[in-house]
Write a new protein. Structure first.
Length: 451
């Protein structure tokens, strides 16, 4: 965005590609303001609110302001949590507007050589290729299990990194070896009377860094009466691409996933990561301009369901087979699971079904934790402000267990626990890991009673 010609191209594309109805439907009513973390944490700056950003988009499209660095800064500061959408009276699709504007700006921006190299490596060379994700995770496994991690931590070398990245290095889970990641199932039978046939979207990070959570998800589905198909040709959901101005890359990944799942005779396609699920369910919008794919995308999206939803549908929470040692549990909503997939009561029902535990609802549990994909890396200062507020609310619950339903949220809450010096007192876990733990505790207790 350096020359007048480039700015004009961006203005023209804003006018052509942004949904004018959504731009005009924003009534500037302000219902979105108390739900927007960046508006609050920026000291109530209008340019960092949803209605302020929509006003900026409209002004650029109308040629009233130029798409300068201030415009880009306003858009980049947004978490993309979409908390503004459920409270918007006219139902403005803010998330769609945000992704479109970011793509326009990115595709017309002259990045520096290092930034171009990084973006090409991440968006083209890494995430679309699961074998490369496995290789990278395998290297991380060697780093963790060889003792090198402890040496690096003790050496002080991590002090060269930003503080948030230093802490993040500590909270990354123990990852599987490359061999373990290669040995993945393609089909699993139900472990109880068959109720549903489902396909499982395993994801990229979820089936590498968070592979144990995927394993827990599939085991719970089996226990609940599901047989599971796991197509080997599925790919990354494309969320990172879509949120970062790489729309064409997101489209290619979407098509790969539609092809992988559309011929399967299943009741549902199950996800266990709120961010992935929200992007998958929006494939029909992503491919709206491609008639040959749009209807297929709609058919794909209608089958999507979060794991918590199917467990509740199958009455998993009513079987009285969940128990844990006495503890206080709270829940941090995944923004995209709640705001896009409209799933919020189901995780709470499942948690409350665990015997011997107390559930304490967190104040503003539906507000973003500040993770937002790679936001906590590229916008570290704002992310940490939001996390500090979140940890204040978390501590007020006196919870010893924080439950999340998205990998980014999980790492962010672990980071918050580390920052607050609560590592020995509080843990953060994914919902399915907690449920499987509770199921096994109850099962072991029942075996002792029966014996």
């Amino acid at each position: 965005m350096t020359t007048a010609q480039e700015r004009q191209v961006i203005q023209d594309q804003f006018k052509e590609r942004l949904d004018e109805d959504d731009l005009l439907n924003c009534m500037r009513c302000g219902f979105c303001l108390p739900k927007c973390p960046t508006y609050i944490e920026s000291g109530y700056q209008e340019s960092h609110s949803p209605r302020g950003r929509i006003a900026v988009m409209k002004a650029v499209a109308d040629g009233l302001i130029e798409p300068d660095e201030d415009v880009e800064r306003s858009l980049n500061m947004c978490l993309g949590c979409r908390a503004c959408e459920p409270v918007c009276p006219p139902g403005v699709n803010y998330g769609h507007l945000l992704e479109e504007t970011r793509d326009i700006i990115n595709q017309n921006k002259k990045h520096t050589l290092p930034i171009r190299a990084i973006r090409k490596t991440v968006f083209q060379g890494l995430f679309p290729h699961q074998n490369r994700m496995q290789s990278l995770t395998g290297m991380l496994n060697i780093y963790q299990r060889s003792g090198l991690q402890k040496i690096v931590q003790k050496s002080g070398m991590l002090g060269l990194l930003p503080n948030s990245l230093t802490v993040m290095e500590k909270v990354i889970p123990n990852v599987p070896s490359k061999k373990e990641m290669k040995d993945r199932p393609e089909f699993l039978s139900a472990k109880s009377p068959l109720k549903k046939r489902v396909a499982f979207f395993s994801g990229c990070l979820m089936d590498t860094v968070f592979m144990e959570t995927n394993n827990a998800t599939m085991e719970l589905l089996q226990i609940a009466g599901c047989e599971i198909v796991i197509p080997t040709t599925q790919a990354c959901c494309g969320a990172l691409h879509g949120h970062s101005g790489e729309k064409e890359g997101a489209k290619e990944l979407a098509k790969r996933n539609i092809l992988a799942f559309e011929e399967l005779n299943v009741d549902y396609i199950i996800t266990n990561a709120g961010g992935c699920g929200a992007f998958l369910i929006d494939y029909d919008h992503l491919l709206r301009d491609e008639p040959e794919w749009n209807e297929r995308a709609k058919a794909f999206s209608t089958k999507l369901k979060d794991v918590s939803s199917i467990l509740v549908e199958l009455n998993f929470h009513k079987e009285n087979h969940l128990e844990l040692p006495e503890q206080v549990i709270t829940y941090q909503d995944s923004c995209h699971l709640r705001n896009v997939m409209k799933t919020s009561s189901e995780p709470r029902l499942l948690i409350k079904a665990i015997n011997n535990t107390n559930y304490h609802e967190m104040k503003d549990a539906d507000s973003c934790c500040g993770s937002a994909g790679i936001y906590n890396i590229v916008e570290s200062e704002m992310s940490m402000k939001i996390l500090d507020s979140k940890m204040k609310a978390t501590k007020a619950t006196e919870a010893t267990t924080i439950v999340t339903t998205n990998p980014g949220c999980l790492l962010q809450m672990k980071l918050g626990i580390e920052k607050e010096g609560l590592t020995d007192k509080v843990r953060a876990v994914h919902l399915v890991d907690l449920l499987l733990e509770a199921y096994k505790v109850a099962s072991d207790k029942m075996k002792v009673v029966n014996y």
